[in-house]
Design a protein around this ligand. Structure first.
Ligand code: PLP
Length: 394
């Protein structure tokens, strides 16, 4: 048998998918895999292995033979734990029977939430720069993505006035995601309260991606749904990947009022059926036993945060103080390079991987994202190399 290439098969690709840009990050990581001895501050995932009690709970579930689908909504015990957990942390109450849906990562949560609320042409407002999947997921759901600029001078917070300025009769929802990827920005109760007022005034839905809620270093995290009047219009989502070092398990969740949760669940049941069963058992153990691990990991991330922010500043790259997640977002304009050229040259000349800020939207240009969920010593070595690289451009 001979393999033939089929150059014309691209004609079958939908217009919708043709309009979705390939991930700027993916291209970069393909390049990275061809180079040896790279220190990667690129991928946004914890360097920790999932804590042992969580791993053991999943293994035990498999050994017991719990290898079937679960309820479409997810294991009842996990939904109950999550419901109590959200109440304990944020004072919000969701009925575990029909207001919580367990998903395959918050990636799936994002997709099904958007599909559940967007009609063709509906506009979704979102901070620029923002997480790479927000725009493609909006387009794939048939919506229209409207970036709202944010600035380092405002700590990359989403300002109510800027949101209001782009609202049209087609605006359906605001997507907020704090602590933020790629900036590490957080929004306090007052900041979010101003966004809540805009949402109420224009009767908009809100999707709140709070996957980094536990990774907050200064101040406390505010859950958007806990703001007065917001729960009924909010699809709250989160996951286990970041807080419990569980990226590979593919476990996330949505909490939303009944009718919204039901719409979300309809998409979920047809595209996913149920989240992985062993991962759901791991999720129960994470909620029951994960607090000490979170405290330990957050303390260590905080130490690395100080190292990397001080390090960037010391080599002459102004860096906004990230108060959440595990990213630093230095301003690289002093080097005279744009973010793609900076990242590519830093990789080839000094073997350090960071992500070009432009991968997160036009507003990310002039910055690069460096993930500090890497070993302290690796960050130290990376900073030395970056210092050399920047020095050569002075
Ligand atoms: C802001 C944000 N949301 C969602 C995700 C997806 O996480 P997961 O699908 O692993 O739960 C990520 C991963 O990097 C993220 O940064």
């Amino acid at each position: 048998m001979t393999l033939t290439s089929a150059p014309n098969s691209s004609r079958f690709v939908s217009h919708r998918m043709q309009a979705v840009p390939p991930s700027g990050i993916r291209k970069f990581f393909d390049l990275l895999s061809t180079i040896e001895d790279v220190i990667s501050l690129g991928v946004g995932e914890p360097d920790y292995v999932t804590p042992a009690p969580i791993r053991r709970a999943a293994i035990a579930s498999i050994e017991r033979g719990d290898t079937h689908y679960t309820s479409n909504y997810g294991l009842p015990e996990l939904r109950e734990r999550l419901s109590d957990h959200l109440f304990r942390l944020y004072g919000v109450r969701y009925d575990p029977r029909n207001e919580i849906v367990i998903t395959s990562g918050s990636s799936e949560a994002l997709d099904i939430a958007l599909r559940a609320i967007l009609d063709p042409g509906d506009e979704l407002l979102c901070a620029d720069p923002s997480y790479v999947a927000y725009l493609p997921a909006t387009l794939m759901a048939g919506g229209s993505f409207v970036p709202v600029p944010t600035y380092a001078s405002n700590d990359f917070r989403l300002l109510a006035g800027d949101v209001e300025a782009v609202i049209t009769p087609r605006t359906k929802a605001i997507l907020v995601g704090y602590p933020a990827n790629p900036t590490g920005a957080t929004m306090g109760r007052e900041d979010l309260g101003a966004i809540a007022e805009v949402a109420a005034k224009h009767d908009l839905a809100v999707i709140s991606d709070e996957i980094y809620d536990r990774l907050t270093y200064d101040g406390v995290h505010t859950c958007f749904a806990s703001l007065p009047g917001m729960q009924e219009r909010t699809i709250l989502m989160g996951g286990f990947s970041k807080a419990y070092a569980m990226t590979g398990w593919r476990l996330g969740w949505i909490a939303a009022p009944g009718p919204l949760a039901e719409a979300v669940m309809k998409v979920h049941q047809y595209v996913m059926m149920s989240a992985p069963t062993a991962a759901q058992y791991a999720g129960i153990a994470a909620i029951d036993q994960g607090e000490a691990f979170i405290a330990e990991m957050v303390a260590e991330y905080d130490r690395r945060r100080r190292l990397i922010v001080d390090g960037f500043r010391a080599v002459g790259l102004p860096t906004f103080e990230p108060r959440g997640a595990f990213y630093a977002f230095p301003d690289i304009t002093a080097t005279g390079l744009d973010s793609v050229a900076f990242s590519e040259r830093l990789l080839s000349e000094e073997r350090v991987a960071v992500v070009p800020g432009s991968a997160f939207g036009a507003g990310g240009e002039g910055h690069v994202r460096a993930c500090y969920a890497s070993a302290y010593e690796d960050i130290e070595r990376a900073l030395e190399r970056i210092g050399r690289f920047v020095q050569r451009r002075r």
